[in-house]
Design a protein around this ligand. Structure first.
Ligand SMILES: [Cu+2]
Length: 163
């Protein structure tokens, strides 16, 4: 009886492992910035951890925009500009950091404004690991950057009485 249970459990684990070809890829800290304008652009960031052999993120899909591109920033003189890339590499047992000012996922031609507090499903396609669906929590438009003027009244007092 016990042997049978263990066998069934192992079988269950084995089939689970083969079903998920993206098991080697783990995505964390994913988020998207709120984007107020329909027809405009949006950007998403995340950490991609690779527990397997060398792989590449080759495309991304979402139904919130006309297209989704993989972008990086390249130095052009003294200015960093965004540039579309064909793929983002994730080294064997390494990780890729998609962050503001660096590599990111770009939504082009938003169908509607993307509001803070909502969630956006994004499908990532890897060359070897296959597809992974990531839920992007939408944060403020300036997430990861200092938010100025977010506290009404702060710094507006001109030395109150009694000091
Ligand atoms: Cu971009």
């Amino acid at each position: 009886m016990k042997k049978l249970t263990v066998a069934a459990l192992l079988l269950g684990l084995a089939s689970f492992a083969t079903e998920s070809r993206a098991a080697d890829i783990e995505v964390s800290n994913a988020f998207m910035r709120a984007a107020p304008v329909a027809g405009g652009t949006g950007a998403a960031f995340m950490t991609i951890v690779n527990h397997g052999g060398a792989d590449r993120l080759i495309s991304a899909e979402a139904d919130i925009s006309k297209s989704v591109e993989l972008h990086t920033h390249v130095k052009d003189g003294d200015v960093y500009r965004m540039r579309k890339v064909d793929a983002l590499a994730v080294a064997e047992h390494g990780s890729a950091e998609l962050k503001p000012g660096g590599d990111h996922i770009m939504f082009i031609g938003l169908n509607a404004p993307v509001k803070e507090g909502t969630k956006v499903p994004l499908t990532l396609k890897f060359e070897k690991a296959g597809s992974i669906v990531v839920q992007l929590p939408v944060q403020g438009a300036g997430a990861m950057a200092p938010a100025a003027g977010m506290m009404p009244g702060a710094g507006m007092m001109h030395g109150g009485p009694g000091h």
